[in-house]
Structures are given as C-alpha cells and as structure tokens.
Design a protein around this ligand. Structure first.
Ligand code: ATP
Ligand code: MG
Length: 204
C-alpha cells in the first residue's frame, strides 16, 4: 500500500475529532494529500448505518450493534480507505477496529475472537500503520461534553466508561503499532505530542 493509515482511537469525548482535524490541517500545510474520515460512517451508505446505530430512540441488541458497525466498516474501508491508500494518501480515520473490540467486546461482553474475525472480514485484513489511543481521566467527560448532543452510547454510565478505559488499556498491549496518548493535556499539547510521535516513527 502506497499511503499511510493513521487511526485515532479512544472513548467518547477524549478529543479524537479535535486532534484529527488539527493533524489533517498540519499535514495539508506540509503539502500532503490527506483523507480525513470517520467511523461509523465515511460514505453515504455507512453514514445511514451510523444514524441507526447511534440513534438514542432505538433499541439495538449487542450482536445487531456489532454487525451494524461491521457493515459500516466494510462499506467505508472498501469504498474510501483502500482506494485512498492506493493513491498514496495519508488516511486519518477516527475510530476503526479497536473501537469495536473496546465497545462491543469489553463493553458489551461479546467474545473478542468473534469480533476480531468480523473485523478481519470487514476490512479485508487492512490494519492501521499506527493507532493512536487517546485516554483521559473520567472527570473531564462531563466538563468536555456539557453542551454536546448525547448519542445512545454516550448515555452509558460511569462503570461502562471504566470498563471501556480498561479495555483500551488491554487492547493497547495486544495491538501492534498502537500508542497511548495522554488526553488530559491541553489541545495544543496533545497535538504537539501526536505530531512528534508520528514524525519520530517516520509516518510522514
Ligand atoms: N485537550 C482538550 N482539552 C479540553 N477540551 C478538549 C480537549 N480536546 C477536546 N476538547 C473538547 O472536548 C469536547 C470533545 O472533543 P472531541 O469532539 O474532539 O472528542 P471526540 O473524541 O471526537 O468525541 P466523540 O467520541 O464523541 O466523537 C469538545 O467540545 C472539544 O472542544
Ligand atoms: Mg468525534
């Protein structure tokens, strides 16, 4: 693959969108060809699936939720990410396979092996060049989300968030090319850390 695939991961409100936009802007200013995208979604079909899976008014069973995420991922990976990488672009994606292991695995209790099998099928085996995992202290969850619309998954309680955090810490250990970023820092400090790390590891 000619391009580079950078994934930003972490629980709700940890700063993925903020950092993804800043990183895309920084790389574009360096003359790089960048695709900034997100999961679930990233294509019209996958965005429709996103609106179902995140709708707070709908009941979605854990296995149905998993399969919806994987359906969205299959569409997005094949329609957008793989073609962009073939063209040599730097693809920055908010959430990818690790989110499904964290939320549907550690969060909902679905077997991780099953999830990893589905991840592999949906992505055609495409793995990120790097997964940056943003983790912040729980006290910032409310502070950084007061005015935001809460989707179905963000309505989960503090014990769910603790499970997610623990899940991400374990996934960090078992995922090649995954790196922990302390998201308690200011937006600027976090972005500086991201850029330094990517530069040091020759991602750009
Ligand atoms: N380092 C930071 N310090 C303080 N506030 C921050 C920081 N990073 C992001 N924020 C603010 O916290 C809120 C959540 O950030 P953001 O939307 O980037 O998170 P996210 O991980 O994309 O969330 P979601 O999982 O819901 O998509 C936003 O209002 C953003 O401005
Ligand atoms: Mg976001």
């Amino acid at each position: 693959m000619k391009g580079k695939f950078i994934v930003l991961e972490g629980p709700d409100r940890c700063g993925k969108s903020t950092q993804a936009k800043l990183l895309a802007k920084f790389l574009q200013e360096q003359g790089k060809d960048v695709l900034l995208t997100r999961e679930p979604g990233g294509t019209p079909t996958a965005e429709e699936i996103r609106s179902v899976v995140l709708n707070p008014d709908l009941k979605v069973r854990p296995m149905a939720e998993l399969l919806l995420y994987e359906a969205s991922r299959a569409q997005h990976t094949q329609e957008r990410i793989l073609p962009a990488l073939e063209e040599g672009k730097i693809v920055i994606c908010e959430r990818y396979t690790m989110s499904t292991c964290a939320y549907q695995g550690y969060g909902r209790g679905i077997d991780l092996n099953q999830i990893q099998t589905l991840n592999h099928i949906a992505t055609l085996g495409l793995v990120p060049d790097v997964t940056l995992v943003f983790l912040m202290s729980d006290k910032y969850f409310v502070e950084r989300g007061e005015y935001l619309f809460s989707d179905r998954l963000e309505k989960e309680d503090v014990s769910f968030r603790q499970k997610m955090r623990q899940g991400y810490l374990e996934l960090l250990k078992m995922t090649p090319n995954a790196h922990l970023i302390n998201a308690d820092q200011s937006v600027e400090e976090v972005q500086a850390g991201v850029q330094q790390w990517l530069h040091h590891h020759k991602i750009f």
